[in-house]
Design a protein around this ligand. Structure first.
Ligand SMILES: [Zn+2]
Ligand SMILES: [Zn+2]
Length: 429
């Protein structure tokens, strides 16, 4: 078959584009089997079926097209857009990742000199930017699983390449998250394995700095993970409780950082680092896990409702320290709720007054059912009911923490944040 030319679509190819828009994978599969369909055919703007599917956020369709040999780096688009650029514009994280794994080049620019990451950033798709900036092709790591030069053995055992690659490409740079990823794989959570890994990371870091188009961001990330691995090695050698001690130490350290945050000294060192590495900007509207910093945590402590976690595991890790402040936070939360309810009632009264005035002025007001006074007490959809952290989690067996002093003179005079901070300090003594 002759190479596809812009705008010269067979009737079946036209059908295929229509089917992609509808997301009918089965029908697309049937059409792709036809001899009149070229998987890399081009519409009048030079868009391939893969670009269409990526732009419309059709995950299964993209997978199907790639399986049929779609060219991820096709660059016939009239403005030089690639499939990766369309994926980034669509904001679909899975497709962005899929394009990268399929070998999409990240440094290609469109007709106005923008890369896929820059275009995604321009339309506010920061998750996609993060994915693109953190992508590290598996082959670059696999290079170290073969003996090089005079080496008799490879620098990285093949079995470690997978788990290490997962850590290298993580977009959550939180130290607790990285240690959790190490712990997750028993092959990796050993002194010898970690030693091999951190040496490979150091080599990659060096390469990043020496290569012609120096990549200092990637170098910094490699160095950062290498440092955490080295800390893990020290802990593994020293301590009985293995990496749990390390996690606890960080959780405590974090509490210090949180304190600093309450006092308004943002950005913290960690947020600056994360921003540099992931390209993530400060204004994120998602919740983060208190323990591991994972974005999009949606489980709340069922008692105080003030802290968020990814799951029960993260809650358990955090409980040894959170239990000291949970009660106090609960009081604060209740106070805040009360104040919010008061404020709401005030607003409602004002609104009613305004409406009455409007009515007097002769305008017809729409029927509105006034919410009852307990409208704010609706069940929180994020509420985490199944676990009561006071129930026999391993960590609760530690001695009971001092009860918070309800008569603390601080409470009447200072802001809630100060009270929380003071209580946290008390509990640390
Ligand atoms: Zn978590
Ligand atoms: Zn709590």
């Amino acid at each position: 078959m002759a190479p596809p030319r812009k705008g010269e679509l067979s009737p079946e190819e036209k059908d295929l584009l229509g089917v992609i828009a509808k997301g009918n994978v089965e029908e697309a599969g049937r059409l792709l089997g036809s001899k009149n369909v070229h998987v890399n055919c081009l519409d009048e703007h030079g868009m391939t079926p893969l670009m269409h599917a990526a732009y419309k956020g059709k995950v299964d369709m993209c997978r199907l097209l790639l399986r049929h040999g779609a060219d991820v780096n096709c660059n016939e688009h009239e403005h030089g857009y690639t499939a990766l650029m369309f994926a980034g514009l669509s904001g679909n994280k899975e497709i962005t990742w899929m394009m990268l794994e399929a070998g999409a080049e990240t440094d290609v620019v469109n007709s106005v000199g923008r890369t896929a990451a820059q275009m995604a950033a321009f339309v506010g798709q920061h998750d996609c930017v993060t994915i693109i900036n953190n992508f590290f092709p598996r082959e670059r790591l696999d290079y170290y699983t073969k003996p090089q030069g005079l080496d008799k053995e490879p620098k990285l055992p093949v079995k470690l390449a997978g788990p290490l690659h997962k850590i290298i490409t993580t977009t959550n740079m939180h130290p607790v998250k990285i240690v959790l990823l190490v712990k997750e794989n028993p092959l990796l959570a050993e002194v010898e394995a970690l030693q091999k890994c951190y040496r490979v990371l150091d080599l990659i870091c060096e390469k990043c700095m020496k290569q012609k188009d120096m990549n200092e961001v990637l170098a910094m990330k490699m160095h950062y993970i290498s440092c955490i691995f080295q800390k893990c090695i020290t802990i593994l050698k020293e301590r009985e409780d293995k990496l749990d001690g390390f996690i606890k130490r960080y959780v405590l350290l974090q509490k210090g950082l949180k304190g600093a945050l309450l006092l308004g000294s943002d950005p913290t060192a960690f947020s600056v680092l994360t921003q540099a590495i992931t390209g993530q900007v400060g204004f994120v509207d998602a919740e983060f896990c208190t323990t591991c910093g994972e974005k999009g945590a949606d489980k709340r402590c069922s008692v105080c409702k003030m802290v968020m976690y990814c799951d029960q595991n993260c809650q358990k890790i955090h409980w040894f320290t959170h239990k000291k402040v949970c009660k106090t936070l609960k009081e604060i939360h209740e106070k805040q709720e009360l104040e919010a309810a008061k404020e709401k009632r005030k607003q409602e009264k004002k609104q009613k007054k305004d409406e009455a005035q409007l009515e007097q002025a002769g305008s017809t007001s729409e029927e509105q059912s006034a919410p009852g006074p307990d409208a704010t007490k609706e069940a929180d959809p994020n509420l985490w009911i199944p676990t009561d952290p006071t129930e026999e989690t391993e960590l609760t067996k530690e001695p009971e923490a001092r009860a918070p002093r309800p008569d603390s003179p601080l409470e009447s005079e200072t802001g809630l944040a100060d009270i929380a901070l003071q209580k946290i300090r008390d509990s640390e003594e």
